[in-house]
Design a protein around this ligand. Structure first.
Ligand code: FRU
Length: 498
């Protein structure tokens, strides 16, 4: 199939070639129309398979996003780190593959940091390195029945992330005979002795281990957390430990832990714990099970490192899919996209702290044409739009999206449950669990809603992200109509087509 870039060039050449002999006709096309379900403002690879976001780090105006990638087919395989960048969180540019599998194994999930003081000595004082920590997965070892087939390794970049060199001394954290030992997420803090220290958060079977290091190369186990606490319906993966400062100046730590299977909607999901991190030990405030997103399709998400202080935010992105059916969804040349970027913060409900995921501020820049919905029915502008509304009465609301083929998507609140029904949303028959209704408990007042729709997704943010439902949908033609807007006020539609 002709690629999007090749197609644009072809159009340009035809236009240039004809311009001299006849009146030039304006050629416009929507990139999304080239390929069914290709998202307009979410990141998806040009081709091949993608799962977890990896190595998210900000440097010199670029938000880097690496990702679990198998370029050769649209199903999971020998993992690489793909690479993309964005300056505004909505226009993504895919770059060449950053890390290829090698004799030590596939390149599994991990993180990246800016080693500003060259603590690793892998760069120089004047050109400090970007350092990526990732898991090697030795497939041959796994097949031969070994248990030590996962280890942590390092790669570095001296040209701001364009090219990467694997560290000669890999692995930096060898396996100790544990099957699930992966997904290092690293950050720097100032420890109790007042010294800068790198902390690695690692998923180890059914728990999280914390390691410390002065130079990113030598790691010492500090503590572990999680056995018997939280949800344990599946293996723990892709952790992230994040500090937050509350309005009263006190500090809380949030530990994200993805789990597969065992999520609230079946399959994959991300839970979180709120507590303290002192002397390298994480202590939760309570044992309540909390979920980051009640939709079925937000997994393995973590946060960006090295954001400029003046941004004063915690920026998150997740894999917008679910291991239950991620490899079967009906896209052709590529499989999977990321969620919209989200800003994480803590808020309080009746004395309990919860995590809020608000759409990143930059998403409002996507808004072009907008119109107010004055009747109970309205047309929809394109494949990519945002609906905003206030909720009249916190108890109930309802809305439907539908298209010319009779597919529909229902978003509603009844009592304490906010729900999404995608059972009649188009192509659903590729997996028995796809056609379903997903509900999220909301025991506090619902006052507003923002709904982001792209070619193959819907993301629902109640009260700016106090409650979130993210879901894939595959309508057989784009959504054309918004109907039955009961319980909603000030309904606005924004076209997000680029
Ligand atoms: C999570 C995960 C990680 C692993 C990666 C492999 O989706 O299973 O634990 O590193 O995917 O692609």
């Amino acid at each position: 199939m002709i690629s999007k870039n090749a197609f644009s060039i072809l159009i340009l050449l035809i236009a240039l070639g004809t311009a001299s002999c006849q009146k030039q006709t304006e050629v416009t096309f929507q990139s999304a129309n080239l390929e069914p379900y290709r998202p307009i403002y979410h990141f998806a690879p040009e081709s091949g398979w993608m799962n977890d976001p990896n190595g998210m780090v900000y440097l010199d105006g670029n938000y880097h996003l690496f990702f679990q990638h198998y370029p050769d087919t649209t199903v999971w395989g020998p993992m690489h780190w793909g690479h993309a960048v964005t300056e505004n969180l909505t226009d993504w540019k895919e770059l060449s593959i950053a890390l290829y599998p090698d004799s030590l194994g596939y390149i599994f999930s991990g993180s990246a940091v800016f080693d500003a003081e060259n603590s690793s000595q892998l760069g120089t004082e004047s050109n400090p390195p970007l350092v990526a920590l990732y898991t090697y997965h030795d497939m041959a070892g796994e097949k031969s029945g070994k248990t030590d087939y996962q280890s942590q390794a390092l790669a570095y970049s001296l040209d701001k992330g364009k090219t990467w060199e694997k560290y000669q001394g890999n692995p930096v954290l060898p396996n100790q005979g544990i099957k699930d030992f992966r997904d290092p997420k690293v950050f720097q803090w100032v420890n109790a002795e007042g010294k800068k220290e790198w902390i690695m958060t690692l998923a180890v079977m059914d728990r999280i281990q914390f390691y410390g290091s002065e130079n990113l190369l030598t790691w010492t186990l500090k503590s572990e957390f999680g056995q018997g606490i939280g949800a344990h319906g599946g293996v723990w993966e892709c952790p992230d430990l994040i500090p937050f400062t509350l309005a009263d100046g006190s500090q809380k730590w949030v530990l994200l832990v993805s789990i597969n299977p065992g999520g609230p909607q079946k399959g994959s999901a991300t839970q979180y714990f709120i507590g303290q991190f002192e002397n390298g030990v994480f202590t939760p405030d309570d044992t309540m099970i909390r979920w980051l997103d009640y939709g079925p399709d937000n997994y393995a998400g973590v946060t960006w490192s090295n954001l400029p202080k003046d941004q004063n935010r915690t920026l998150f992105i997740g894999w917008m899919s679910n291991w239950l059916y991620g490899q079967e969804v009906p896209t052709e040349r590529w499989r999977s996209s990321m969620t919209t970027p989200r800003e994480l913060s803590l808020f309080e409900v009746n004395g309990t702290l919860l995590l809020k995921s608000a759409p990143a501020e930059e998403l409002t820049q996507l808004r072009n044409a907008s119109f107010q919905v004055n009747s109970n029915e309205s047309g929809l502008p394109s494949e990519a739009f945002e609906i905003t509304a206030s909720i009249e009465n916190s108890e109930n609301f309802n809305l439907y999206l539908s298209n010319e083929n009779g597919d529909s998507l229902r978003i509603f609140k009844e009592g304490n449950l906010v729900s999404l029904d995608r059972s009649k949303s188009g192509i659903t028959d590729f997996h028995e669990d796809f056609a379903a209704v997903f509900s999220a408990p909301m025991s506090w007042e619902a006052t507003s809603i923002r709904i982001f729709v792209d070619a193959h997704s819907v993301e629902i943010f109640v009260n700016e992200g106090e409650l979130v439902l993210t879901a894939l949908v595959f309508p057989t033609s784009p959504w054309k109509k918004l109907a039955s807007i009961n319980g909603l006020d000030d309904v606005m539609i924004f076209d997000l087509k680029k």
